[in-house]
Design a protein around this ligand. Structure first.
Ligand code: HEM
Length: 153
């Protein structure tokens, strides 16, 4: 069961942050002021998916890992506190603060400063999580299977 729940939770977490990130950048670049405000007000609801997904991915990952000394498992373990800390101390507070500023129509330098920090922290988490996905697929042999298949195609 854990073997099924773990990758699903991890990939949902990854896709949630990817959606926050791309909808933020797309609305800032191409959207109206109303769209920017709507995106910022929607993101805190997405936290209701992100937070449990990350907690489940982390807890199930540590259970699956047990006492393994495989370097890919050690790498995943080492990245997890950064992923969780980035989420708890940067992504969640900035999402809530940006939603409050956007709701009051305060889209000045403070808004864009916090927005820049949120985008950087989001990009850091996306890269750490993609490394965890890559190492996960290597652990279960799926990545090497795909490579072998590509080589014979
Ligand atoms: C957000 C963070 C994480 C993501 C996105 C993630 C993602 C994945 C994915 C996609 C797989 C492949 C599953 C499969 O092919 O069936 C996997 C496997 C695995 N992950 Fe993670 N993982 C995360 C965190 C962790 C942590 C913190 C650990 C603890 C060391 C961990 C340990 C494992 C282990 C041991 C496997 C192999 C499980 C098996 O044998 O079926 N993961 N992970």
């Amino acid at each position: 069961m854990l073997k099924i729940i773990h990758p699903i939770a991890g990939i949902i977490g990854f896709l949630t942050i990817l959606t926050f990130w791309t909808s933020t950048v797309a609305s800032e670049l191409f959207g109206s002021l109303e769209t920017v405000v709507a995106v910022k007000r929607a993101i805190p609801w997405g936290l209701l998916i992100l937070v449990p997904a990350l907690a489940i991915a982390g807890a199930s990952g540590f259970k699956l890992a047990g006492a393994s000394s495989d370097p890919r498992v050690i790498g995943k373990k080492r990245r997890m506190p950064f992923i969780a800390g980035n989420g708890l101390f940067i992504l969640i507070p900035s999402a809530l603060y940006l939603a409050a500023l956007a709701s009051r129509g305060e889209l000045g330098p403070l808004f864009y400063g916090v927005q820049a920090i949120e985008l950087i922290a989001g990009a850091v988490n996306l890269s750490l999580m993609s490394l965890n996905i890559r190492d996960g697929f290597r652990l279960t042999g799926r990545l090497s299977d795909l490579r072998r298949q590509a080589a014979t195609d």
